[in-house]
Structure formats: structure tokens, C-alpha cells
Write a protein that binds this ligand. Structure first.
Ligand code: 5GP
Length: 190
């Protein structure tokens, strides 16, 4: 195989990015795998440790930062940390997989900076802030406070979209999926 590659998917929470990433994995014969991130937040009712995230208590998260365990980490929301574990990415690469990162905008830029020739950066743009609010509310996983934080961050993240190499507009999930599939296939096979 050619060099191990990184596919960075960034988007505001609720923009459909995780669904798109899951579909991409299901419907491709390319050797792709998700990097499971670590977070210091509590799991939601439907989330499992080691599947959705590695859930790490805030005090251990700081220890891991100090040990240099993260390729990148961000305080995505006040007091809530997220990070890409070096060991996770190395494990996937050693299995011959290219890695998909479902991470925030700043984290995505960090990955690009570290692996400039091996990384594609893709921003998933939701139809509108209103649509995003609707999706997050329907998902019913967030408290009012958490919803407010996510929408405020979403506004800022949408302003950063132009710094990405590609933008996919997720107005129609099937169309967005096809676009993503085509982009990633071209990038991996080039
Ligand atoms: P949620 O709490 O809704 O699962 O995720 C909140 C935000 O954290 C999302 O924008 C998601 O992309 C971002 N995120 C998830 N994992 C990571 C990571 O490893 N690094 C960074 N920088 N952001 C992450």
C-alpha cells in the first residue's frame, strides 16, 4: 500500500458528519477505519466506551496530555476535552488502514499540519444553523446548556469552512454520501 493516509471530516455537532462517516465505512472496499477519540465528557445514554469514544475522567485526560499521548487535543467546549490518541492511529496504520478523523476544525488543522502530504481535509456544511438546531433538538441527547454551546461553536466553525480543502453541503444525505465517497476514493487511490 502507498503511504498511510488521513481523512479529516470536520463539521459542527449535529451536521450529519458521523452518519456520513459511518456510511462511507460501510459502502467502500477501501481499507478505512475510524480513529476513536478520547473525551473527558460523560457518555450519552446510547454511547459505549471504546466504541463511540474512550471516556476518560478529566484528571486522567490531563495526565495523558502531559505524557504526550495525543496527536492533537482541544478544549472543544469550556472544560470539556477531546483528543486523538497517538496509539490509536498507529494501531490502525499498522493494520494497513487509512484513518478517518471525525474531529473539530482546530483538531483537523493540527492533523493536516503534522501529516501535510497524507491528509485530506473535508468540511461537512449543514444546510443552515436553523436545520442544525432542529437536528440537535430532535436527537434529544443535549441539555439546554449543551445545545447552546454547540450552536455557538457551530457558528464559528461554519466561518472556518473556507480553510478546508473541500466542502460538502449536506442538504441531501445520499448526495453528500456520494460526493464524499468519490472524493475519498480519488484521494486514497491517487
Ligand atoms: P460530541 O460531544 O457532540 O460527540 O462532539 C463534540 C465535538 O468534538 C465535535 O465537533 C467533534 O468533531 C469534536 N471531536 C470529537 N473527537 C475529537 C478529537 O479527537 N479531537 C478534536 N479536536 N475534536 C474532537
Amino acid at each position: 500500500m502507498t503511504k498511510r493516509k488521513c481523512v479529516v471530516l470536520s463539521a459542527p455537532s449535529g451536521s450529519g458528519k458521523t452518519t456520513l462517516a459511518k456510511r462511507l465505512l460501510q459502502n467502500t472496499s477501501l481499507p478505512l477505519a475510524f480513529s476513536i477519540s478520547a473525551t473527558s465528557r460523560e457518555p450519552r445514554a446510547n454511547e459505549k466506551d471504546g466504541v463511540d469514544y474512550f471516556f476518560i475522567k478529566p484528571e486522567f485526560f490531563q495526565e495523558k496530555i502531559d505524557e504526550g499521548s495525543f496527536l492533537e487535543h482541544e478544549e472543544v467546549y469550556p472544560g470539556i476535552f477531546y483528543g486523538t490518541l497517538r496509539a490509536e492511529v498507529e494501531r490502525l496504520w499498522s493494520e494497513g488502514k487509512h484513518v478517518i478523523f471525525d474531529i473539530d476544525v482546530e483538531g483537523g488543522f493540527q492533523i493536516k499540519k503534522q501529516f501535510p502530504d497524507q491528509t485530506i481535509t473535508i468540511f461537512i456544511m449543514p444546510p443552515s444553523l436553523e436545520a442544525l438546531k432542529g437536528r440537535l433538538t430532535n436527537r434529544d441527547t443535549e441539555s439546554t446548556e449543551s445545545l447552546k454551546m454547540r450552536l455557538s461553536k457551530a457558528k464559528n466553525e461554519m466561518k472556518s469552512a473556507s480553510k478546508f480543502e473541500h466542502i460538502i453541503h449536506n442538504d441531501d444525505l445520499n448526495k453528500a454520501e456520494q460526493e464524499l465517497q468519490a472524493l475519498v476514493t480519488r484521494f486514497i487511490e491517487r
